[in-house]
Design a protein around this ligand. Structure first.
Ligand code: PMT
Length: 409
């Protein structure tokens, strides 16, 4: 079962009496943890006002394809990229016909064409219109294009007739939308992930750390949980809430992270080291706050344990994925880490003032012995899912057995 927590759902509302339920649907999706933005067709605005959907979604409603203000903000391509899923509810017979034809003559149909995210429709119409062969052949066409059809339900209709064509209730649509995010690629496996920075104490109030926010590592942990894995996240100090469905263990220093990882490494099928672990720590931690009595102060530093290399050296070792944060020569440095630390894969990202650390977006170069794969700039949540898909496929290939048979003893 997938979860809509932290997912970005673009809700398309088309013209039909069931549009009055869209406000409740937005509220329920948000209560379930999703971020929701709404696109309305012009006929939808005859049934429910954009102001209502703006109030319940907390964002302006998008309505026009050729709107210079909207395009300067979040244009149709950004909206298409932003979405983790597009749900059209209610979807009118007219909209289904336009989707079947691949039309791009309004904002909603254009976004449906431009997105890589899964698209689902919740049809709502009179039962004669639903049963009409034209509607049924449009449905067959959009199903062939991998659009999911949610419903419709049967029952009494606003027009007084009885039959199929009622939009599913918002609570049912939330459940079906959540299932869009369940992939099953890591069913039965345990994934151990590190995230965030570490803090190496100099004295009781000062320390060495870095700008890692934990966003990338938490997104990887969530994507692994979404793919069906049991996930253990060992996190350095971050301001983020524990991800849903993930066992989160909080640590402070590189040594604590190392020890926590090794308490769980034996049960892990896959280890992914996303944490920005300090390479050095003060050789001594002062027991009291250091006073500024001298003009210069020299700190002696010593190496921290290399968590990633120590996991890759275990026998049996889990499938081990390292991250590499580099300012230049991305592939070359990543390949050196791959070989020196005997890893299965290195996910390299370019870091700099506005790149990699703390940002919401990132890109990765996946470096393996067989070659490289580029994952372009996108929200870390999406990037993490693409990484997990890649890792799951490589894990299966390496172990060349059906995924269900791959539990470690
Ligand atoms: O947390 P965010 O703000 O979202 O930022 C994400 C990120 C930029 C921190 C992340 O994408 C990233 O690049 N993480 C690795 C950062 C890093 O420390 O890179 P590195 O090249 O120094 O280390 C290489 C690998 O060795 C990493 O997998 C690291 O976890 C691991 N390592 C490093 C030192 C050490 N003592 N033990 C380790 O296990």
């Amino acid at each position: 079962m997938g979860s809509p927590v932290n997912k970005r759902i673009l809700l398309g509302v088309t013209g039909g009496i069931a549009a009055y339920k869209s406000a409740d649907l937005v509220r329920r999706l948000r209560d379930a943890g999703a971020e929701v933005r709404v696109i309305m067709t012009s006929s939808a605005t005859e049934f429910i006002t954009p102001l209502t959907l703006q109030a319940v979604s907390g964002h302006p409603v998008y309505r026009h394809l050729l709107d210079t203000d909207a395009e300067a903000g979040m244009g149709h391509i950004e909206l298409a990229r932003w979405a983790d899923a597009v749900l059209v509810a209610p979807a009118s017979a007219n909209f289904l016909a336009r989707l079947a034809q691949g039309r791009a003559d309004d904002l909603l149909s254009t976004v449906c064409l431009a997105t890589e995210a899964p698209v689902a429709v919740a049809p709502a119409m009179n039962q004669q219109m639903w049963n009409n062969p034209a509607t049924q052949s449009n449905l067959a066409a959009i199903k062939k294009n991998a659009v999911r059809i949610f419903g419709p339900a049967e029952g009494s209709q606003a027009c007084g007739e009885v039959g199929p064509g009622r939009m599913l209730e918002p609570v049912e649509l939330v459940t079906l939308t959540s299932e869009l995010f369940a992939t099953g690629e890591l069913d039965g496996l345990t994934v151990l992930v590190t995230a965030g920075p570490t803090w190496e104490a100099i004295d009781p109030v000062r320390g060495l750390t870095n700008r890692s926010s934990g966003k990338m590592g938490y997104a990887v942990a969530e994507a692994a949980a979404e793919a069906g894995a049991k996930v253990i996240l060992i996190s350095g100090p971050t301001a983020l809430a524990d991800p849903a469905r993930v066992r989160t263990i909080r640590v402070t220093s590189a040594q604590e992270m190392h020890d926590a990882v090794h308490r769980h490494a034996a049960e892990a099928n896959i280890f992914i080291g996303v944490a920005a672990v300090a390479d050095y720590r003060p050789a001594r931690t002062a027991e009291r706050k250091i006073k500024k009595t001298e003009a210069r102060l020299t700190l002696e530093l010593e190496r921290t344990p290399d968590i990633l290399a120590s996991v890759a050296a275990l026998r049996p070792a889990p499938f081990t994925v390292g991250f590499a944060a580099e300012t230049e020569n991305l592939e070359q440095h990543a390949r050196a880490k791959l070989e020196n630390k005997k890893l299965d894969l290195v996910a390299a990202n370019r870091v700099g003032a506005d790149l990699g650390f703390a940002s919401d977006d990132n890109s990765l170069l996946l470096v393996e012995r067989e070659g490289v794969t580029e994952l372009p700039v996108q929200p870390k949540t999406k990037l993490a899912r693409a990484l997990i898909r890649h890792v799951a496929a490589r894990y299966r290939a390496k172990n060349s057995a059906p995924v269900h048979a791959l539990r470690r003893p």
